[in-house]
Design a binder for this molecule. Structure first.
Ligand code: PLP
Length: 389
């Protein structure tokens, strides 16, 4: 096995284009709509809104930009506190800082790895008594799975704290039959290169609140006031998606359900291949929703598995397979270490033992077999069915 030529690298979550993206890009070129605000942008927004079942959508240059706008538009500003999941990518938290506000980092629960609703409800109750309620709660739907939204929405309603959903990783996931990103005051999505669909870079802000999205549009286009000359009464940003990239997005949106199905098939392949391997436990699928399995993630218990997460990751890397540790919690990050954390031990454990396996929707059966073989060998398990027939 070691003697043959080196096999191609298997990436964690590479882009996967469909058949229509290039046609839409060609249209943009043919009509010279290379600037932002072209017809693909409007179509992409409309088609995206219809796909997730929401009234208003604004395409942005990134998911981070969309979250920045959402936070500002629910009123987050200097000196405010914002509750955010601690087990996430830094992009969920950085925009809180852009606005001069302070993140309060909330631990995960085991059932979905997402923000713990009990910690949120308890903290809101405590803070209501001292008059120090947060200005917003940001719920992250991790790795393609919805957080347990009802108790969080209920607590937010009770204390009138706006809830923003960071659904960057969870396009296509549902909570009790409803698409994630549409349950709070505003939701954001990402089309970064590694997400379930991609525009090479981009994001979307969605809301039922027309005024919020209209205002977001204005802020995203340098906050121009309606006047024949350039008039500005507010500081704005340049956050709009280009018409070319929106063309890619329209093509990608058409294949979204196929991409979700392919990612779920990857997960099922791994789950059945490792059923008899001790010490490897997949992220659970909570009963309240449908998990897209954007990434297949698992925790490794070294005493049962044989080696630890880091060593397994290195073995995969040596076989030219990319795997990544689960997000390092924000309360452990040098930039956020000083922030208040509500709990944190669950997220710490998931970080210490958690690994994301290659999960691209364009993985072949051979790719999956390669990953399985390395993991099973690492676990000192016989390779399945190699000897048979
Ligand atoms: C990818 C991601 C973002 C940011 O999206 P960009 O489009 O890369 O700016 C935000 N939150 C989470 C949880 C993400 O995974």
């Amino acid at each position: 096995m070691k003697s043959g030529k080196k096999q191609g690298r298997i990436f964690l979550s590479p882009p996967h284009m469909g058949d229509l993206e290039q046609k839409y890009i060609a249209e943009a070129f043919a009509s010279n709509w290379i600037a932002p605000l072209g017809p693909h942008v409007e179509s992409f927004q409309r088609e995206f809104a219809a796909t997730v079942g929401v009234s208003h959508a604004l395409a942005t240059i990134s998911g981070t930009a969309a979250l920045h706008l959402a936070l500002q538009l629910v009123g987050v500003g200097h000196g405010d506190d914002v509750f955010v999941s601690t087990l996430t990518f830094a992009a969920s938290v950085n925009p809180v800082r852009y606005l001069g506000a302070t993140p309060v980092l909330v631990d995960s629960e085991r059932e979905s790895w997402n923000i713990d609703p009990h910690l949120v409800a308890q903290a809101l109750q405590d803070r209501a008594k001292t008059g120090k309620l947060p200005k917003a709660v940001v719920v992250v739907h991790l790795y393609g799975q919805s957080a347990d939204m009802d108790p969080i929405l209920e607590a937010c309603r009770q204390y009138q704290v706006p809830l923003i959903e960071d659904a960057a990783e969870a396009l296509g996931a549902t909570y009790k039959g409803r698409p994630v990103g549409t349950l709070g005051r505003a939701g954001i999505f990402s089309f970064n290169g590694n997400k379930i669909i991609t525009t090479s870079g981009g994001g979307m802000l969605v809301s039922e609140d027309r005024r919020l999205v209209t205002h977001a549009f204005k802020l995203a286009t340098q906050a121009r006031d309606p006047a024949p000359y350039y008039e500005h009464s507010q500081v704005g940003y340049n956050y709009r998606m280009s018409n070319v990239l929106a063309g890619i997005g329209r093509g990608q949106l058409r294949v979204l359900s196929e991409r979700v199905a392919a990612r779920r098939r990857n997960f099922e392949f791994y789950a059945s291949a490792f059923r008899d391997v001790p010490g490897i436990e997949f992220m659970p699928e909570a009963p309240w929703g449908s998990h897209t399995r954007w990434l297949t993630t698992a925790v490794i218990t070294p005493t049962e598995f044989g080696i630890d997460r880091d060593e397994l990751r290195q073995r995969l890397d040596a076989a030219n397979i990319e795997a990544r540790p689960v997000w390092k919690p924000m309360h452990l990050q040098p930039i956020y270490r000083e922030c208040t954390a509500l709990g944190g031990s669950v997220a710490e454990d998931l970080f210490r033992r958690g690994l994301c396996l290659p999960s691209g929707s364009n993985m072949t059966a051979d790719d999956l077999e390669r990953v399985v073989t390395v993991v099973r060998e690492a676990a000192r398990q016989p390779v399945l069915s190699r000897a048979v027939s």
